[in-house]
Write a new protein. Structure first.
Length: 473
């Protein structure tokens, strides 16, 4: 159950200027070299020194949240909570092609695309962990939530909370102590526990927003799973009446006990701010260039092609392909394939560029001495390599220039207990999406299917998730 804190805006929290917020973030960055804490510790991306004005939809449903100064600190806190939880943000590296930062795990057309795009436009996030991912499905924990609010308040000292599950010395201990002392939390269900690793629920999220608005009266929500008289009933009714929520999946349900994802909370906040519109990012055009193998390139390819290979150099083509990098910007990569494969390769990678599928690295395998193991370990996406099949004597499809391996770490080769590259063991669970991972039915597989190529993730005896080829072998 959500605790009953003192009403927001009535002196329970100090009114901070944005400068104090920025100062807190600077302190966090200064602490980065000696970060304490575990996997649930929130980190923070870059935050601008001055907030740009927001464009609000005319007649916004909840103008009081956006205009009442006394509630602004908590709005900023929750916005940044959505965007910055996770490992410490790091500025993305420069890209080979000019272009905007894109969070590549926010699908085009998703319900939260506009919300996240607005936050990115405002400079409130640069991604999670130095990578251009928003982690939209990840839940927010109670420890993360109160820690962010505590940092926004200037990281004041506080006595231990006394909660049995919040020992001294944890990265969130002082924050929880402060939250208890200020009445923001009284624990879970009248117990002496705080449940720091428990997820914040949808009911808790809208209750935070309702309290920001001054706890206004509201009619019943009408949701079948939100009976009257619950601690969150009025908040949910208000959220529905103001358009912050319309329920779950087009049903008449709210799912109050379901953990709130970063995507959901981002959307709640965007709607509460009046659904501000921002200009869409200007995306550089897809680039795909084809050249024959020159003498200089042939010299460079000495480790991947030699006399006796099943195809002559004259049958191969050198490609320059623009793709999205893991840092969320367009990058120009390179690849060598058979001339006959060029149209299909273009169609696949043009579609992947449109759908923002990220590829960490795309270099010739010769940069790794023609060693497939080294190339995979570097998470390099590559095609032509005059080599034998893994564990066999026959020529690989790569030796003909009609196969490509994509993001090998996220998409390993699996045969019994053998996993190549070894770092791919962290990605053996194929049930949930991750940056650069290829999964059945996703944009990548659809692009491959559209040109009639085969994917190694569908093989029966082994699984080669990284592998696509014109022959299906």
């Amino acid at each position: 159950m959500l605790p009953s804190p003192a009403p927001l805006g009535n002196g329970a929290l100090p009114r901070l200027r944005l400068a104090a917020f920025v100062d807190a973030q600077v302190e966090l960055l200064e602490e980065a070299a000696g970060l304490r804490g575990g996997p649930d510790r929130p980190g923070f991306g870059a935050v601008p020194s001055a907030r740009r004005g927001r464009v609000r939809a005319a007649g916004g449903l909840v103008p009081t949240i956006a205009t009442r100064t006394r509630h602004r600190p908590l709005v900023v806190a929750l916005v940044a909570l959505v965007l910055s939880l996770g490992p410490l943000g790091v500025a993305p590296p420069a890209a080979a092609a000019d272009g905007p930062l894109i969070l590549v795990d926010v699908p085009v057309g998703s319900y939260y695309e506009d919300a996240v795009g607005w936050m990115l436009h405002e400079g409130l996030t640069t991604g999670v962990g130095g990578r251009a991912e928003f982690q939209p499905a990840r839940a927010v924990t109670r420890a993360e939530a109160v820690t962010f609010l505590w940092r926004l308040a200037g990281q004041p000292p506080a006595a231990p909370s006394g909660f049995s599950d919040v020992p001294d010395g944890r990265w969130y201990s002082t924050a929880v102590g402060w939250a208890k002392a200020t009445g923001i939390t009284t624990g879970i269900g009248g117990t002496n526990r705080f449940a720091p690793d428990a997820a914040v629920t949808r009911a808790e999220a809208v209750t935070f927003l309702w309290r920001m608005a001054g706890r206004p009266a509201a009619p019943p929500s009408g949701f079948s799973d939100v009976p009257s008289g619950r601690w969150y009933s009025t908040a949910v009714g208000w959220a529905k009446a103001t358009g912050i929520t319309t329920g779950v999946g087009g049903t008449n349900r709210f799912a109050p006990d379901q953990p709130v994802s970063r995507a959901e909370l981002a959307t709640f906040l965007w709607r509460a701010e009046g659904r501000p519109q921002v200009p869409p990012p200007v995306i550089p055009a897809f680039r795909f260039e084809v050249r024959p193998i020159s003498a200089a390139l042939a010299e460079r390819m000495a480790s991947s092609w030699r006399s006796g290979c099943p195809v002559p150099l004259s049958d191969l083509r050198y490609l320059t392909i623009r793709h999205w990098g893991f840092h969320g910007r367009p990058v120009d990569g390179e690849m060598v394939v058979h001339a006959h494969a060029v149209p299909a390769v273009r169609a696949v990678f043009e579609r992947l560029y449109r759908d923002r599928f990220p590829i960490e690295r795309m270099r010739l395998v010769d940069d790794y001495g023609g060693d497939d193991g080294r190339s995979m370990a570097a998470n390099n996406t590559s095609a032509f390599n005059c080599r034998r099949v893994t564990g066999g004597a026959a020529w690989s499809e790569h030796a003909y220039g009609r196969a490509i391996d994509v993001n090998p770490v996220q998409n390993p080769y699996v045969a019994g207990g053998t996993v190549l590259p070894s770092a791919g063991r962290a990605y053996l669970d194929r049930t949930h999406p991750e940056l650069g991972k290829i999964r059945e039915g996703d944009a990548f597989v659809r692009a491959v299917d559209a040109v009639g190529w085969g994917w190694g993730g569908r093989w029966r005896t082994v699984k080669d998730y990284q592998h696509i080829s014109s022959t299906g072998r």
